[in-house]
Write a protein that binds this ligand. Structure first.
Ligand SMILES: NC(=O)c1ccc[n+]([C@@H]2O[C@H](COP(=O)([O-])OP(=O)(O)OC[C@H]3O[C@@H](n4cnc5c(N)ncnc54)[C@H](OP(=O)(O)O)[C@@H]3O)[C@@H](O)[C@H]2O)c1
Length: 261
């Protein structure tokens, strides 16, 4: 007898699953939070801007956790997030590490050490620390999925847009995903990374406002359309749901073909 197969809709169904999405007050993280909620997840949205989070949480029936993820320890910092989510929504089985930014646009030889450290703390150490904090809950549940949002700059150099420490932090997320995937596979916890190309958001706003820079982006992106936050959502929903249940340790590039050239 053939076993019953899940339907495609069932594979993406997140009904009742608890998710944490960082960087959810704007851009890609906000789009991902809305998408996971639309698939049935109960979503905790994390970032610094409480007003934005409250508005988004209200719209998706989620839970707002205002926190500066650069504060890696202490009762008011990152360590407060998971206990708050567990108390409000229950144990998390999805973690999306989308918060991130650039702290310097200096050329590599001039990046100040303070900016390098801040970049690593927010973009790489915070995702690792949060992964450590969700781990015991996922282990108890017997399943979990973590998705890091990195960048194509963790894979290729981007001529004309200096970003050495940012690129290093994003490449680090791919290494982190591969290592955690292997260590935690026995608990059916999957860990992957999505590497976006260029998307219009707060972080890239100045690029798109400059006609010269926007033309550079168009010229170097094979697909003719501009990337939107929704283009990231499909990859994240796939990895976060049972649709991606045999995928772990991978970096999935979503870049309109930028790195395929
Ligand atoms: N847009 C692109 O083209 C692109 C390309 C490659 C990779 N990415 C990556 O995609 C992710 C999302 O970026 P985005 O494009 O959507 O930019 P964005 O709109 O600027 O979003 C960044 C998010 O990170 C949060 N954040 C920043 N610093 C934080 C801190 N110290 N503590 C807590 N939250 C913090 C911000 O919220 P608050 O300000 O409210 O704290 C915001 O929600 C980032 O990791 C970025 O590196 C983006």
């Amino acid at each position: 007898m053939t076993p019953d197969r899940a339907t495609p809709a069932e594979l993406f169904d997140l009904d009742g699953r608890v998710a944490i999405v960082t960087g959810a007050s704007s851009g890609l993280g906000a789009a991902v939070a809305s998408a996971l909620a639309a698939l049935g997840a109960r979503v905790a949205v994390v970032a610094r801007r409480r007003d934005r989070l409250t508005e988004i949480a209200g719209r998706i029936d989620g839970f707002a956790v205002a926190c500066d993820l650069s504060e890696l320890d202490g009762v008011d910092g990152l360590e407060a997030i998971v206990p708050a989510v567990v108390a409000e929504l229950g144990p998390p089985e999805i973690l999306i590490n989308a918060a991130g930014t650039m702290f310097t646009t200096e050329r590599a030889e001039d990046e100040p050490v303070d900016a390098i450290r801040r970049t690593m703390d927010l973009n790489l150490v915070a995702p690792l620390r949060l992964s450590q904090q969700v781990f015991p809950h996922m282990r108890t549940l017997g399943r979990g999925t973590i998705v890091n949002i990195s960048s194509i700059s963790g894979r290729v150099g981007i001529p004309g847009i200096p970003q050495a420490s940012y690129a290093a932090s994003k490449a680090g997320l791919s290494g982190l995903a591969a290592e955690l995937a292997v260590q935690w596979a026995r608990h059916s916890i999957r860990v992957n990374t999505v590497a976006p190309g260029f998307f219009r958001s707060e972080i890239t706003g100045p690029l798109y406002e400059s006609e010269r820079a926007a033309a550079y982006l168009r010229r170097n992106t094979p697909l003719p359309k501009e990337g939107t936050a929704e283009d990231i959502v499909g990859a994240v929903a796939w990895l976060a749901s049972d649709a991606g249940s045999y995928v772990t340790g991978q970096t999935i590039v979503v870049d309109g073909g930028w790195t395929a050239r």
